[in-house]
Design a protein around this ligand. Structure first.
Ligand code: HEC
Length: 344
């Protein structure tokens, strides 16, 4: 099956053994299976260390959590690329659940870090698609300022209440320990929510805007701005903002937000959101590809919809400039602030 190249002899014994070990590993099991029990324990322990239960309005704890996310074992369960995330929706089969596609690192710092973890976990059994369901006890930070949430979770019906009363996050893990999807649910316990009294929060009225200016003139949600993602000294910040503005205008011209905002679930089960700077940045490759290939925009029925060639050209040019700014900002960060991991 494998002819040892003659040069292998000159690698010395260690090299030859390394090759043999790799081959043996490949031959025996292409996917490494994890021991779910110890894996779940590790996951919950890591989360409770980085994001322990605190008061739901504790900004210091929140900031520590979102900046610490990604440094510990909680990473094990995330795919390198994307998380499928949403409410549990127990009555719907897995393929009918309305879930959002979100890049893993963006999800970790802006959605996942809105939760606090007690360290408790349990294995709930088998899920769809050959998954094992691991429930991690989790409580939602419901008393942060409105701009700390990546979009107004109070935009529709009981969604805010569903978030604020969640008490577990369920990881649907493949045999390799990577999450096929992740949900929030309410079937757990509130026993470890902390010694302080818990109270529901009435969110502001939703006025139809995914982004808004607060009474100090600051753009909100601040958490979706590049200034939250990159160091203050990053010399590419201003260009990121400028290039985002031009691509956002072109996307508005292409009517992209009619479908790619949180209410887009009306049209699609698996939703890609593009309505804030960081949402758009995390999807810039998909934006460029789908427009270039004439897949987007589309009609509500899913047929490609022609775009004015001038507007299409503008979207591609501004999109490329935005992509370049993101790449340069990331490169600067990797070189100068290696502890910060702004990969999307
Ligand atoms: C009428 C609704 C609608 C409009 C308008 C629309 N999209 Fe989409 N978009 C969809 C649907 C539905 C999907 C999922 C398609 C699929 O999974 O095959 C999608 C998928 C995508 C994806 C993810 C797919 C990938 O390959 O990464 C991107 C990015 C995207 N659209 C960008 C855009 C952009 C940019 C515009 C505006 C120029 C736009 N869309 C306009 C409905 C729409």
């Amino acid at each position: 099956m494998f002819n040892m190249p003659t040069t292998a002899r000159s690698w010395g014994l260690a090299g030859v053994l390394a090759v043999a070990a790799t081959l043996a590993a490949c031959g025996e099991s292409p996917t490494k299976k994890v021991d779910m029990k110890s894996y779940a324990e590790k996951l919950a322990a890591s989360l409770s260390k980085i994001c322990p239960v605190a008061k739901p309005d504790d900004m210091t704890a929140f900031d520590k959590c979102r900046h610490g996310m990604g440094t510990g074992d909680e990473n094990l369960a995330l795919n390198d690329n994307v998380v499928l995330w949403g409410g549990e929706q127990p009555k719907l089969g897995w393929d009918k659940k309305k879930l959002a596609y979100i890049k893993s690192d963006f999800w970790r710092s802006t959605y996942f870090s809105l939760f606090m973890f007690s360290g408790k976990q349990k294995i709930l059994g088998e899920g769809p698609e050959g998954t094992t369901i691991v429930s991690i006890e989790a409580y939602f930070r419901n008393a942060l300022p409105p701009g700390a949430y990546p979009y107004p979770f109070w935009h529709h019906g009981d969604k805010w209440v569903a978030y604020e009363t969640a008490n577990e996050i369920r990881f649907y893990l493949g045999a390799d320990g990577k999450a096929k999807f992740v949900t929030r649910a309410h079937e757990g316990s509130y026993d470890n929510r902390g010694p302080w009294a818990w109270a529901p929060v009435k969110p502001p009225a939703f006025d139809g805007q995914w982004m808004w200016s607060d009474d100090k003139g600051q753009t909100q949600p601040y958490i979706t701005l590049f200034s939250e993602q990159y160091s203050a000294g990053n010399p590419h910040l201003a260009r990121l903002d400028e290039t985002y503005k031009t691509v956002a205008l072109a996307m508005r011209g292409g009517d992209c937000m009619a479908c790619h905002a949180p209410d887009g679930h009306k049209i699609m089960n698996r939703l890609t959101m593009l309505m804030t700077p960081r949402h758009a940045a995390s999807e810039i490759d998909g934006i460029l590809k789908s427009v270039r290939d004439n897949k987007m925009p589309q009609t509500e029925k899913g047929d490609p919809k022609a775009m004015d060639p001038k507007l299409k050209n503008e979207l591609l040019i501004t999109g490329e400039a935005f992509k370049k700014a993101i790449e340069e900002a990331n490169a600067w960060e990797r070189k100068n602030q290696p502890k910060n991991k702004p990969t999307s």
